[in-house]
Design a protein around this ligand. Structure first.
Ligand code: NAP
Ligand code: HSE
Length: 424
C-alpha cells in the first residue's frame, strides 16, 4: 500500500521523521509492505537550508491541507494554534492525522478524536507522551482488558535531569536550569517544564485514555520544582528517598485522582532509579499487575520512532479498509477527587528557635490537624540560635497537611517552613 504523507514542521522531531521517511523508504516498504511517500513539508522560515530536497519544502499549510493526494498529515509544529486548527482541517477533509503535540491532545484530544470518528479517519498521537516509549498503544491495545488502577510516572526529562544534578552535584535550582539549557533539554523559558505544565499535559492524556474519561489539564493538580532546595536532597538521602517530579493518577472509589508535584520516592521504587532525561511510567492494572515502561521521553530520534510507527499503523488501517479500529470513548465530565481529599505521607523541613516547647507546639498543630508524625530529625541550623527540624508523617489528607503547614509557619517559635514535599 502507498501512503502519501504531508509533514507540518521540520524541527527537532520533523527533521528526524523526514530523514527516516526518505532514507529508509525502501527498507521499510520491504519490511512492512507500506510505501511511505513524503509529499510536502511545511516550515516557517523558507530561507534556512534544510537537509531534504527543496521541492518538498513549502511555507503554505494549504499546500498540504488542501492537497487531495495527501492521505495523512503529520503535525510536529508544536504549540496550540495553528496546530489544532490544521489538525481539524485535515480531519474534516478526510485525512488521517498523526501528531506529537501534547498541548493540543491534552486540551482538545477528545474533540479531535470524536470528529475523526465521524469522518472515519484516525488520529494517532503516540509521540505526544513519553517520546519513543510506547504508552498510548499500550493503553489502547495491550492493556485494554484491564481496569487501570494507577499510573505513576516520571514524564518530564528536563526536571528529572535537573533534580538529578541538584542531588548529585549539590547545585542550586538556577544552576540546574542553566545546565539543562546548555544540555539542550530546557527551553530559554523553562516554565513549561519546571512549573509542571508539560507533565500535566502528558498525565492528562494518559489518564484520559486509561480511565476512558476526559481528564482536562486544568483539573490536574500541579506544583513544579522551584521550591526544592539543595538541603532537601541531603535529607532525602538520609531518609532513603530520591526527589522526583511525580505524575500520578488513579481512580479510587470511582473518582479520578490526578496530580503532578515533586515527591520523595523510596530508593527501592523503580521510579527512583530513573536517571537523567529518561522517563518511566509504572502502570498497575487489575489483571496484569504492575508494568513498567522506561526509555527516552524526548529527542528527535526517539520521538520520530513513535511518529513513524503511527504512520505505519495508519497504513495498515488503510490496507484493511478499517478505521478507528480501537475507538476511544471518554466520559465527558468525570468526577475528580479534590486534592484536599488526597491522602499522602509528607516531609516538612522548618527552621525554628532552639528553645524549650518548640517541638511540643509543632506536635500539637500536627495532632490537631489529624497528622501523625512518623519520624523527626533535629540538627543545628546555619543560623545562630536556631535549629533545623525535619518531620516525616504518616498518610494524612492534603487539607490537613496544608493547614498544619500554614499553622506551623505562623508559630512564634518557627522562623520558616523551608520545605514541604509529599512522600510516596
Ligand atoms: P521545533 O524544533 O520547534 O520545530 C517546529 C517546526 O515547526 C519547525 O520546523 C518550524 O518551522 C515549524 N513551525 C512551527 N510553527 C509553524 C507555523 N506556524 N507555520 C509553519 N511552520 C511552523 O519543535 P520540536 O521539538 O520538533 O517539537 C515538535 C512537536 O513535537 C511539539 O508538539 C513537541 O511538544 C513535540 N515533541 C517534541 C519532542 C522533542 O524532544 N523535541 C518530544 C516529544 C514531543 P521553522 O523550522 O521554519 O522554524
Ligand atoms: N520538555 C519535555 C521534557 C520533552 O523535558 O520531558 C518534550 O516532551
Amino acid at each position: 500500500v502507498e501512503l502519501n504523507v504531508g509533514l507540518l514542521g521540520l524541527g527537532t522531531v520533523g527533521a528526524e521523521v523526514a530523514e527516516r521517511l526518505l532514507a529508509k523508504r525502501e527498507r521499510m516498504a520491504a519490511r512492512t509492505g507500506v510505501d511511505l511517500i513524503l509529499r510536502r513539508v511545511l516550515v516557517r522560515d523558507l530561507e534556512r537550508p534544510r537537509g531534504i530536497p527543496t521541492e518538498l519544502i513549502s511555507g503554505q499549510a494549504e499546500d498540504i491541507l488542501d492537497d487531495p493526494s495527501v492521505q495523512v498529515v503529520v503535525e510536529v509544529m508544536g504549540g496550540e494554534e495553528p496546530a489544532r486548527s490544521y489538525l481539524e482541517r485535515a480531519i474534516r477533509s478526510g485525512k488521517h492525522v498523526v501528531t506529537a503535540n501534547k498541548v493540543v491532545m491534552a486540551k482538545h484530544g477528545p474533540d479531535l478524536l470524536e470528529l475523526a470518528g465521524s469522518k472515519d479517519v484516525d488520529v494517532y498521537f503516540e509521540a505526544a507522551v513519553g517520546g519513543g516509549i510506547p504508552l498510548i498503544s499500550t493503553f489502547k491495545v495491550d492493556l485494554i482488558a484491564n481496569e487501570i488502577e494507577s499510573i505513576a510516572a516520571v514524564i518530564n526529562g528536563t526536571t528529572n535531569y535537573m533534580l538529578g544534578r541538584m542531588a548529585s552535584a549539590g547545585i542550586s535550582f538556577d544552576e540546574a536550569v542553566a545546565e539543562a539549557q546548555a544540555a539542550g533539554y530546557a527551553e530559554a523559558d523553562p516554565s513549561a517544564d519546571v512549573d509542571g505544565f508539560d507533565a500535566v499535559y502528558k498525565l492528562s492524556i494518559l489518564a484520559s485514555i486509561a480511565f476512558g474519561a476526559r481528564v482536562h489539564p486544568d483539573s490536574v493538580f500541579r506544583e513544579g520544582i522551584r521550591a526544592v532546595e539543595p538541603l532537601d536532597f541531603r535529607y532525602a538521602r538520609e531518609l532513603g528517598y530520591e526527589i522526583k517530579l511525580l505524575a500520578y493518577s488513579a481512580r479510587p472509589k470511582g473518582r479520578i485522582e490526578a496530580r503532578v508535584h515533586p515527591a520523595m520516592i523510596p530508593l527501592h521504587h523503580p521510579l527512583a532509579t530513573v536517571e537523567g532525561a529518561f522517563n518511566a511510567v509504572q502502570i498497575t492494572g487489575d489483571l496484569v499487575g504492575d508494568v513498567l515502561l522506561w526509555g527516552q521521553g524526548a529527542g528527535g530520534r526517539p520521538t520520530a520512532s513513535a511518529v513513524v510507527g503511527d504512520l505505519l499503523d495508519v497504513a495498515h488501517s488503510i490496507r484493511k479498509g478499517s478505521f478507528n479500529r480501537v475507538a476511544m470513548r471518554f466520559d465527558a465530565d468525570p468526577a475528580m477527587l479534590p486534592m484536599a481529599e488526597v491522602r499522602t505521607k509528607a516531609y516538612f523541613r522548618l527552621r525554628a528557635l532552639d528553645q524549650p516547647g518548640v517541638l511540643a507546639a509543632v506536635g500539637t498543630v500536627f495532632a490537631e490537624e489529624g497528622v501523625s508524625i512518623a519520624s523527626m530529625i533535629q540538627k543545628d541550623s546555619i543560623e545562630e540560635g536556631t535549629a533545623e527540624l525535619v518531620f516525616t508523617t504518616h498518610p494524612a489528607s492534603d487539607a490537613g497537611l496544608q493547614k498544619a503547614r500554614g499553622r506551623i509557619a505562623d508559630l512564634d517559635q518557627v522562623k520558616r517552613v523551608c520545605a514541604f514535599l509529599r512522600v510516596v
